[in-house]
Write a protein that binds this ligand. Sequence first.
Ligand code: ADP
Length: 164
Amino acid sequence: MAGYLDARPRVGYFYTGKTGTQLLTENLNKLYVKDYQSIPVVVNENVSVYDAIVSMFLEDVGTLFVVDANSYLVGVLSRKDLLRASIGKQELSTLPVNIIMTRMPNITTCEKDDLLIGVAKDLIHKQIDSVPVIKKTDNGDLEVTGRITKTNITKAFVSLADEY
Ligand code: ADP
């Protein structure tokens, strides 16, 4: 099961010749977004920064995805986006999140059939904590169906160790 040995009918067991690193890479390339994603937490683009902060605490997440009236993805809000807005002199209960969010087309996304390792590389290269899992409609709009965070990647990492 570890991949070092294989079996063939009438031959028996034989050594596959694969190194531990090759086997680890093979196993990494079997981990897909759909098997590790979490439920996304979204807010409407018109809600206030104050309400977004409350949602972040109540839902216990570090990133909120921002959607328009049709529930399509338009932005991302991180903890620091909300902190930055809070140290200014603005009135948080009247400031809409669409003023401060990171907006499309600058959002890094992934799809359910993508490999998790590709998302992990995006998190590192773009220096972000979370990526929305999206489904593109025929019109090119993006429905948010899930999220992958550093926690999901950590869980996948641990699952590799638990297999053997
Ligand atoms: P924090 O800002 O709390 O450290 P992040 O590292 O996730 O959290 O976010 C850094 C910046 O990148 C923020 O301005 C945030 O809006 C933006 N950001 C977060 N996730 C994404 C994403 N998936 N695509 C594009 N930008 C993002």
